[in-house]
Write a protein that binds this ligand. Structure first.
Ligand SMILES: NC(=O)NC1=NC(=O)NC1=O
Length: 172
């Protein structure tokens, strides 16, 4: 699908196509539909970023809270979205040893207690060791800075999902 076809979609079809570029937040696609026609998918991506940045802190926290834990119960129960499933598997989350799994679960729980939202990273860009290192390092961050850092990861995940949907050129 090219940008002209995207611009011609009803908001229902637009949300069908783009509803999960931000994990479990179809509101984002539904909101940016108002901004069509987009000159390019990069412009669309920019509108998504603007929408996310415009949210109040509670809204940003809400977006983050829609993200499933890495190697969490949803990966184990097979209830992840297709995108998350592929991303987490690529980062080696389905192949962790028992001790790595329990360390990750402990760090995730510690992170959630501290920040009130889950640790979010663009899993496709890291392997399991890097994920652990990032999580341990970010535990010490200040809350407002960590919220922005996590939202940056949501934007990276969104960009890769736009590429996967053949909408965003590989080298934007
Ligand atoms: N908590 C997370 O970071 N989750 C995820 N990151 C991804 O890239 N895919 C996920 O499901």
């Amino acid at each position: 699908m090219d940008i002209a076809q995207l611009n011609s979609l009803s908001y229902e079809d637009f949300v069908d196509v783009l509803g999960n570029v931000v994990e479990r937040c179809p509101l984002v696609a539904a909101a940016v539909w108002s901004g069509r026609p987009f000159a390019s998918v990069s412009e669309l991506e920019g509108r998504i970023h603007q929408f996310l940045d415009s949210l109040p802190e509670s809204g940003k926290d809400g977006v983050l809270r829609c993200h499933p834990d890495l190697a969490g119960r949803e990966l184990r129960s097979g209830t992840l979205t297709a995108e998350s499933q592929a991303e987490q598997r690529q980062a080696g989350m389905a192949a962790l040893a028992a001790d790595e799994l329990s360390r990750l679960a402990r760090l995730n729980a510690q992170y959630k207690r501290r920040f009130g939202f889950p640790f979010v990273v663009c899993a496709r860009l890291h392997d399991a060791a890097a994920v652990m290192r990032l999580l341990a390092a970010r535990l010490g961050a200040e809350r407002a800075a960590e919220r922005e850092r996590a939202l940056g990861e949501v934007k990276r995940i969104c960009g890769l999902r736009l590429i996967k949907s053949h909408l965003l050129p590989v080298c934007p």
